[in-house]
Design a protein around this ligand. Structure first.
Ligand code: ADP
Length: 597
């Protein structure tokens, strides 16, 4: 039964409508393409319609419709794109967007690869010849070639007329759009996966073990891109890494030393020319990416079964610290631009990782060296002080004997004064080295009122001699702390003694005790020389003395405050200073109060 032309048109429009709806709504490309091929066969009356998708330089059969063909055999079939899109199209007639290759134009060697329908050759000049071929390249809306549609056995086995060609074109356009939608979807999901992988690489920052971090990076990349192998190699730095570190997924890195050396030299050369982008290479490229290591790489490709890949430097700025290689086999497409970008970024991310791990390692080593130096310094101070202390004690003892024996009193007092000064220095040095090496304190309950009284007692004479008014603002309640009974009073003594020492005659020193937010506070304020803000910066460093010439005339070692702050900190407290040059100073010692007070 022949359909009326109107019924035919209505049927075609219905099918086209259905196809258009599917193209814009379905995410299943195979299904949509099948619908289109089916529409061409059932709607337009062609015997066969086949749609292929372009993957790199290969056309992959994605949908076939027609009664005479064994569909399962054809789906997934791969043809070099050049055979159709290049050679056949170059001899084809252009029918709008369709390409018609008449049977008599086909080169004989190409006939063999064609699918030839079982059709009688006819004398009719309008008849379809079994070797005639009709194609339609499938384009995206931006003109990118995405695939090809091939049709055969046109309606009534006649060469299609203008009207039939135009109808076919409508299906062709829909097939192009379907491929474009699929390409967009693929790109989006690729971008999401690549973004995930890059995020994972960024999360590796802060890792300490380089080898483990590189392995995790390789695995994250392998999981996010279709590749057969990921290899990361990090060159030896001859500081801590005396050999290259290389990891590979799923196979271990297996390039020969010679290949690695040549590849490294190439990447370094490119980097000095300012080229840091990933480089593509393929066994089909006679030049093999232009690498010096090309022969080795080609041999490796043949041995390991990959066909193309990308290599990018692992590096920061111009420095090539290693490389990242991603390999694909014949069944995989070429790397898309966003994949190349992601691999580039991955190389840089890995570069930052390698640099940071190494920096941290250097930092740790330097810190250990510094600690060792510090320990040595402490040991040295302790040893020297001990060595000085013994003869000094003897000198002081014998000076007393000389005094008793009536030797010139001025000389004896000079010896005695200087020996006492040396003795103070040595005592301070010993205190300093002891407190530096101290981890734990012997803590006992202590009422700071007593420590303040003791300090007052000790300084009474010195204050009187120096014309300084010394007073203690009593506290009615005990100020209890858990503290080392020898060390903490030493801090109060030192702050009070400094205040008296650095206050000229006529001045005042006032000591007061407070409890403030769980802390005991001993405030020692004086109306003395004061300390400039520049000097305050280094006030608590060992051996630091103010640059103020007036203060320098007063004997001192610059160790008292360093010792005091260390002791305060060992008690979980601190010492703060407020001072103004020429006006006076307030030193406040703060230590935690015993709980419940
Ligand atoms: P020393 O008094 O033995 O030099 P310190 O470490 O106790 O060592 O003090 C370091 C320096 O801080 C002193 O040399 C002095 O210049 C300055 N200084 C400390 N306390 C006062 C103070 N109350 N008033 C003025 N200067 C002070």
């Amino acid at each position: 039964m022949t359909r009326s032309f109107d019924t035919f048109r209505a049927d075609v429009v219905r099918r086209l409508y259905e196809v258009t709806r599917r193209v814009s709504s379905s995410a299943d490309l195979a299904e949509v393409l099948h619908e289109i091929a089916q529409g061409v066969v059932e709607g337009l009356g062609y015997g066969v319609a086949a749609i292929s998708r372009l993957e790199g330089d290969t056309l992959v059969m994605a949908a076939v419709a027609g009664d005479d063909v064994d569909l399962d055999d054809l789906i997934g079939r791969r043809t070099p794109a050049e055979n159709v899109l290049g050679r056949e199209f170059s001899i084809a007639d252009h029918w709008g967007i369709l390409r018609f290759v008449p049977h008599d134009r086909l080169p004989p060697d190409q006939i063999e690869s064609l699918w030839v329908p079982d059709l009688e050759v006819s004398d009719d000049p309008n008849a379809w010849h079994p070797l005639d071929a009709l194609y339609a390249p499938l384009y995206s809306s931006t003109g990118e070639l995405l695939g090809n549609m091939a049709v055969d056995l046109p309606p009534e086995n006649k060469i299609p007329n203008q009207e039939q060609r135009e109808l076919l074109e409508m299906f062709v356009v829909q097939a192009g759009l379907a491929l474009e939608n699929a390409q967009r979807r693929d790109m989006l999901s690729r971008q999401v996966r690549l973004g995930e992988a890059l995020k994972q690489l960024a999360l590796l920052a802060g890792r300490v073990e380089l080898q483990d971090a590189l392995r995790d990076a390789a695995e994250a990349l392998y999981a996010s891109l279709p590749v057969v192998q990921v290899t990361v190699r990090c060159f030896a730095d001859n500081v801590d890494d005396h050999e290259d570190r290389a990891v590979g997924t799923p196979h271990p890195a297996r390039a020969s030393e010679e290949t690695v050396g040549a590849l490294r030299a190439d990447l370094v050369r490119l980097a000095t020319e300012g080229i840091h982008r990933p480089r593509a290479f393929s066994v089909r490229d006679p030049d093999f990416g232009g690498f010096t290591a090309a022969p080795n790489l080609r041999e490796q490709a043949n041995r390991d079964g990959w066909t193309h890949g990308l290599v990018t430097p692992v590096g920061v700025d111009r420095e090539v610290l290693g490389y990242l290689v991603m390999l694909r086999d014949d069944s995989m497409p070429r790397f898309e631009p966003e994949e190349v970008d992601a691999v580039h970024e991955a190389g840089r991310e890995l570069g930052r990782l390698v640099r940071d791990v190494r920096l941290r390692r250097t930092e740790r080593r330097l810190l250990a060296e510094m600690r060792e130096l510090d320990r040595y310094k402490g040991e040295l101070i302790a040893t020297i002080s001990h060595e000085l202390k013994t003869p000094l004690t003897s000198i002081i003892g014998h000076t007393e004997l000389l005094e008793e024996a009536g030797v010139q009193p001025t000389s004896v007092s000079a010896i005695s004064r200087n020996a006492a000064r040396l003795d103070r220095l040595v005592t301070n040095l010993l205190n300093y080295s002891r407190i530096q090496g101290r981890g734990e304190l012997q803590r006992v309950p202590l009422d700071l009122r007593e420590s303040c009284h003791a300090a007052m007692e000790m300084l009474k004479i010195q204050a009187q001699t120096g014309g300084v008014e010394l007073s203690l603002l009593e506290s009615d309640t005990p100020v209890r702390v858990l503290a080392d009974a020898e060390e903490l009073p030493r801090v109060i003594d030192n702050l009070c003694s400094n205040a008296v020492k650095y206050t000229p005659p006529g001045g005042r020193v006032e000591v007061s005790l407070h409890c403030n937010e769980g802390m005991a506070e001993v405030r020692v304020s004086d109306t003395g020389l004061g300390i400039s803000s520049q000097d305050q910066v280094h006030l608590f460093s060992a051996f630091h003395r103010s640059t103020n010439p007036q203060a320098l005339t007063i004997p001192g070692t610059g160790l008292g405050l360093a010792i005091s702050r260390t002791i305060a900190e060992l008690h979980g407290g601190d010492i703060v200073v407020e001072s103004e040059l020429g006006k006076g100073s307030v030193f406040t010692l703060r230590v935690p109060l015993t709980e419940g007070v």
